[in-house]
Write a protein that binds this ligand. Structure first.
Ligand code: ARG
Length: 456
């Protein structure tokens, strides 16, 4: 069949080359944005008198019909079409004849595809933001339930200081808040309409780009037509935000995997979000968390893919750019999938506070507090630090915790120690003394929860 773009050429395109060139498998998912864009275009053409008002009405009506036909299954997208733009135009022309052929006046597939992607990404970004909000809401709940659940905080994966589990969970809530705002920022910059840039140079027709942009919910238009059809930096910004989001989910997953191991025993995942082993009957594997961690790689890869694809192409449109969609769509699908499984996995996870407390009690994580106690009694911090180090070594040798040491044993190290030291190194006290802004005390964690709640 002759191609719509066959002007200069008339030889048939080789079958393999034709398949190679086709993007409909990927871009068919933008059918809705493509049709809505065309409806706005038809309205603009009619308003400006570039086509007759009646022609505009016919185009709008039939485009609406095509949209609902695709949506209710009456019209199946033909995968032998080159791309979604060609498919819609072909159907339109088949149905209404010559009027259909007028739709492509004062536009090009170059600005059309740039428009469709922006509209599609705007919609998908909103969905992703809702999923992030749901996850943050779940984290707030878990944090609230565990605002006084004591757990060791780690540095270098070595027990460091007592914190609350709620405090740790809130750290992720803040990261996700920033992920959300990075996406919102990217959408803000992206939300300018490229349509009307045409092939690259603009057009001789008396178009109204601002009108068309406002019909489609854009904040304005891209002010340089070459820029409008040449760049995909908005894909890169979004993919970069998604990569950072996945990095956060991946770290969180790594912790869930550690916490749910026998060695930690801090949380138990619901059966609904674990799998068994085909050979080892005792196993309960945190596959969902592992997959989130694993899929992070492809989201990073998609970003690198698009950066590399764009780096060497001259302005304006080049066919290389057709590759943008596979990358960004895959990132969107992966991020949505990961958020959709991560949220209920966390919501249904059982927190084993007893094991957390047990781990807190045998890692000398109150050693800093013991040093602080000596400082309050007048010793310089470095001296206190050294003495406490010696006490810890003594405890390890004698298989004792700091709480189990007798006051006489303490006094052998330094006679500054009094009975009141025990109250200072009590885990609950250690946590609740950390009242500095953002710290781990219950009141500080409550303040954090309330702050984030206000932003949801
Ligand atoms: N399928 C193409 C893409 O996704 C649409 C733009 C085609 N433009 C062109 N001049 N061949 O990039």
């Amino acid at each position: 069949m002759a191609k719509m773009w066959q002007g200069r050429t008339n030889g048939a395109v080789d079958k393999i080359a034709d398949d190679f060139n086709s993007s409909i498998q990927t871009d068919k998912r933008m059918y809705r944005q493509d049709i809505l864009g065309s409806i706005a275009h038809a309205k603009m053409l009619a308003k400006q008198g570039i086509i007759e008002k009646e022609e505009g009405d016919i185009l709008v009506l039939e485009l609406q019909k095509i949209l609902s036909d695709i949506e209710n299954g009456a019209l199946i997208i033909d995968l032998s079409a080159e791309d979604i733009h060609m498919f819609v135009e072909e159907v339109l022309t088949k149905r209404i004849g010559d009027v259909g052929k007028k739709l492509h006046t004062a536009r090009s597939r170059n600005d059309q595809v740039a428009l469709d992607i922006r509209m599609y990404l705007r919609d998908e970004s909103n969905e992703i933001i809702s999923l992030i909000n749901e996850l943050i809401a779940t984290l707030l709940k878990v944090a609230d339930e565990n605002k006084d659940t004591i757990v060791p905080g780690y540095t270098h994966l070595q027990r460091a200081q007592p914190i609350t589990f709620g405090h740790q969970i809130m750290a992720y809530a803040f990261m996700l808040l920033r992920d959300r705002s990075r996406i919102q920022d990217a959408v803000k910059r992206m939300n300018l309409s490229p349509i009307g840039s045409c092939a690259l140079a603009g057009t001789t027709y008396n178009t109204d780009r601002d009108f068309e942009a406002s019909l489609l919910g854009f904040d304005g238009v891209v002010l340089n037509s070459i820029d409008g059809v040449s760049d995909r930096d908005f894909c890169i910004e979004l993919m970069s935000s998604f990569a950072t989001l996945m990095m956060h989910l991946s770290r969180f997953s790594e912790e869930v995997i550690l916490w749910s191991s026998y060695e930690f025993g801090f949380v138990s995942l619901s059966d609904a979000y674990t799998t068994g082993s085909s050979i080892m009957p005792q196993k309960k594997n945190p596959d969902m968390a592992e997959l989130v961690r694993g899929k992070t790689g492809r989201v990073y890869g998609n970003l690198m893919n698009t950066l590399t694809m764009l780096k060497g192409i001259p302005l304006a449109y080049n066919k290389d750019m057709q590759e943008d969609k596979q990358a960004i769509f895959d990132s969107i699908d992966t991020v949505k999938l990961c958020l959709s499984v991560f949220e209920p996995m966390i919501a249904t996870m059982k927190v084993n506070g007893e094991n957390m407390l047990k781990a807190s009690n045998d890692g000398f994580i109150n050693a800093t507090d013991l040093a602080d106690y000596m400082v309050k009694k007048g010793l310089p911090f470095r001296s206190a630090y050294k003495i406490v180090g010696e006490i810890v070594a003594y405890c390890i040798k004698n298989k004792k915790t700091l709480e189990e040491m007798k006051i006489s044993e303490y006094k052998a190290f330094n006679d500054i120690f009094e009975e009141d030291l025990y109250a200072e190194i009590n885990m609950q006290t250690c946590v609740n003394k950390r009242v500095s802004k953002g710290g781990t005390s219950v009141e500080s964690v409550i303040a954090q929860i309330n702050y984030v709640k206000g932003l949801l």
